[in-house]
Design a protein around this ligand. Sequence first.
Ligand SMILES: C[S@@+](CC[C@H](N)C(=O)[O-])C[C@H]1O[C@@H](n2cnc3c(N)ncnc32)[C@H](O)[C@@H]1O
Length: 228
Amino acid sequence: MVELKKHNFENLFWLHFPDGKVRLATKNSDPGKKVYTERLVNVDGNEYRTFDPYKSKLAAAIRSDLQTFPFKEGVKVLYLGAASGTTVSHVSDIIGDNGEIYAVEFSPRSLRDLVTVAERRKNIIPILADARYPENYSFTVPQVDIVFEDVAQPFQTEILWLNAQTFLKKGGVFFIAVKARSIDVTTNPKIIFERVKKEILEYGLEILEEINLEQYEKDHMMFVGKKP
Ligand SMILES: C[S@@+](CC[C@H](N)C(=O)[O-])C[C@H]1O[C@@H](n2cnc3c(N)ncnc32)[C@H](O)[C@@H]1O
């Protein structure tokens, strides 16, 4: 029998399997439906979806001792680099019907899959746009509590700043997943992470946490911070 335990963070759970494995999970707000290769598990009449740290950098950060978790019922999130909705769907489970996720993705192919997910989950608003140009979606996106960026592109810090400046509430929290090799394949990742950190601070944002995601994603770092 699978045992369910609450995580310290809101609407997150641990599933303890009989073979001793422990997996992170969210409660499925679209029971019976998978979004990717996650497992659906029933416990006490509710369905949970395993939240895979090898498929989601948010799950990887949580499993790597993330301390800051502003995701909760009713918050508004701007998500940059939504792809086909793997992480977005778990955020959708966490923030519930009163929350909103504005999910920006510039690949039409990925957006098609995301739209299919959003048709069944009303708190996801898919936006086909390039995150480098927030002015192109500023008419749709309100002020948000959280900006989450996972675009795996050069100029990631600038993208964060442009979006945080336009949409993030004062005191709002940002997450940026930095893939060193997307910025520069020849430079040591440590140097790239230091450079990104310096840029974030120069933009006047505060850094709360630096989480090395190495255990799940090679040469990736997650910076978590705040707009003062
Ligand atoms: C690493 S994947 C994101 C995975 C996703 N965050 C998840 O966990 O489910 C990066 C995504 O960012 C998108 N992307 C890259 N640059 C972008 C940009 N400038 N604007 C919008 N999307 C972008 C890519 O098309 C790709 O789907």
